[in-house]
Design a binder for this molecule. Structure first.
Ligand SMILES: Cc1cc2nc3c(=O)[nH]c(=O)nc-3n(C[C@H](O)[C@H](O)[C@H](O)COP(=O)(O)OP(=O)(O)OC[C@H]3O[C@@H](n4cnc5c(N)ncnc54)[C@H](O)[C@@H]3O)c2cc1C
Length: 459
């Protein structure tokens, strides 16, 4: 038996912030690490909205996990979808992309599978209203946002044109607010001079939320400032609004007084809720762990599942003391799990429970405007934007990506130029073809084949 065979096996499910930081801590520990992810890259989700609105390419916010682990001599990466675990046999069960089964023995397991979009029981909305969690989502949104202006440009019917120039976002948390601001900036700045038949700046951006203010978790002061900045940008905010239906041509929304209003919108984007991925339910069933309302696995204060000291749950998929689903929690719990395993295998038995150190939060509103909350310090406007810039450069994974983001931000922030607007019309994603977005009957008359202009156009 060689040294490696006698070493304990650590399996990590998920290569997001929690999984990656756990692997980093274990890099020099006497263990064998297998990191399994259903995707080949580590994704920096906080900048997904910049990918979908043409500022950053997908390569700048996603780094191959193999690249990140190349110097970890004790780590292996596997592209597979984990479907469950066998606690008796201490095996992780997974499916290869081709559909066949894989098994991985473990002595320690770190569950770091994150969360996915939740449509609150209305999964049928997903076909019309993509969420914002993955690179695939960001590329679908990019195509739908920029594609909508093209469809508006060639729409002969004014009602159809106005529908394509209406963007509805559901959820006024950081992602919804950031996307709303970006779409208005795309319309009023980037595309301003590019169209001859429409005025892109006519684009309406409607932001819906069931709460009473955007960015509510930032507190009333910053939330009010964010609302004012969004109004100045031209984002129409509909608070106390519950979405009751979404279809190919828009959405219906119930206001606080019970009235339901229909809004025609060519693009509806969903940034409202999250739920644990299916693997969380499988792990809970195998271990007897409890799940919270969003399906996250409830753990003790050492981040392990009760009666399973060998299974750690970290990051967004973990439910502990109502900690928020943010990068800092993911990194800190990943580091904690890694440290604990390292100590145990080297004969030290740490007893300290996990303690979260809140480093604050930031949200981007528009060029030169952001909000930042760090303890009692609340910043908004340009100063907050500069802080936002440093935080995001600091946390982006990999030096090349940091440099690349700075190079992309320069023309975007100084000259409103968005260089990453490439999209295909036949693309992977929720809808096969840009031309399938609407059934033919709803898409209005086709432009004339003779090359003459459709009869009624704006501008
Ligand atoms: C659009 C957006 C903006 C955000 N903005 C901010 C922000 O500004 N600040 C902030 O602090 N936080 C922000 N967050 C939250 C932050 O990104 C998350 O808290 C963080 O990524 C959580 O890390 P994680 O490792 O727990 O999960 P993730 O980063 O989601 O990683 C989970 C990994 O597990 C993999 N996985 C899932 N299921 C399986 C399976 N069955 N088998 C194998 N692999 C699997 C996934 O492919 C993924 O790679 C944002 C999130 C989003 C979506």
């Amino acid at each position: 038996m060689n040294d490696q065979d006698s070493q304990r096996r650590v399996v990590i499910i998920g290569g997001g912030f929690a999984g990656l930081f756990a692997a980093r801590v274990l890099r020099r520990a006497p263990v064998r690490v297998t990191l399994i992810d259903r995707r080949p890259h580590h994704l920096f989700q906080p900048l997904l909205y910049q990918c979908s609105t043409g500022i950053l390419s997908e390569g700048k916010i996603a780094v191959p996990l193999r690249d990140l682990l190349r110097k970890h001599k004790n780590a292996d990466f596997v592209l597979a979808d984990v479907t469950g675990i066998d606690t008796e046999g201490r095996r992780v069960l997974a499916t290869r992309p081709l559909g066949d089964q894989l098994e991985f023995g473990y002595d320690y397991l770190i569950v770091a599978a994150g969360v996915q979009q939740s449509y609150f029981g209305h999964d049928e909305y997903a076909q019309w209203a993509p969420g914002m969690k993955t690179i695939e989502d960001a590329l679908v949104i990019r195509r739908r946002v920029f594609g909508a202006f093209e469809l508006a440009d060639t729409a002969a019917d004014p009602a159809e044109r106005s529908r394509w120039l209406t963007f509805a976002l559901v959820g006024a948390g950081p992602t919804g607010v950031e996307l709303a601001g970006q779409i208005r900036e795309v319309a009023t700045k980037t595309l301003r001079a590019e169209y001859r038949h429409i005025k892109p700046e006519d684009a309406r951006v409607l932001l819906f939320d069931g709460g009473n203010a955007p960015l509510a978790p930032f507190g009333p002061e910053l939330s009010a400032k964010a609302a004012r900045t969004l109004s100045k940008l031209g984002v129409e905010q509909h608070m106390h609004s519950i979405v009751t239906d979404i279809d190919a041509t828009g959405l219906s929304v119930r206001a606080q007084d019970g009235t339901v209003t229909r809004h025609e919108a060519g693009t509806v984007l969903w940034t409202a809720g999250v739920a644990a991925p299916p693997v969380a339910a499988a792990i809970a069933a195998a271990t007897g762990a409890k799940q919270d309302r969003a399906g996250r696995i409830m753990v003790g204060d050492d981040c392990t599942i009760p009666d399973h000291p060998e299974i750690f749950v970290t990051g967004d998929v973990m439910s502990l003391n109502k900690l928020p689903g943010v990068c800092e929690v993911a990194m800190q719990t990943g580091i904690y799990a890694g440290e604990r395993i390292k100590h145990e295998v080297t004969g030290h038995m740490p007893t300290k429970p996990f303690r979260y150190h809140d480093l604050g939060s930031a949200a981007y509103l528009s060029r030169g405007r952001a909000v930042v909350s760090v303890g009692r310090v609340h910043l908004s406007g340009f100063l907050a934007w500069v802080v936002w810039l440093f935080i995001h450069i600091g946390f982006l994974t990999g030096f090349r990506n940091r440099l690349g983001a700075l190079v992309s931000w320069w023309p975007a922030f100084v000259r409103d130029v968005r260089r990453e607007r490439t999209y295909t019309t036949e693309q992977v994603g929720l809808i096969h073809s840009a031309y399938d977005v609407l059934p033919p009957s709803a898409a209005g008359p086709a432009p004339s084949a003779s090359g003459t202009e459709p009869s009624s156009r704006a501008g």
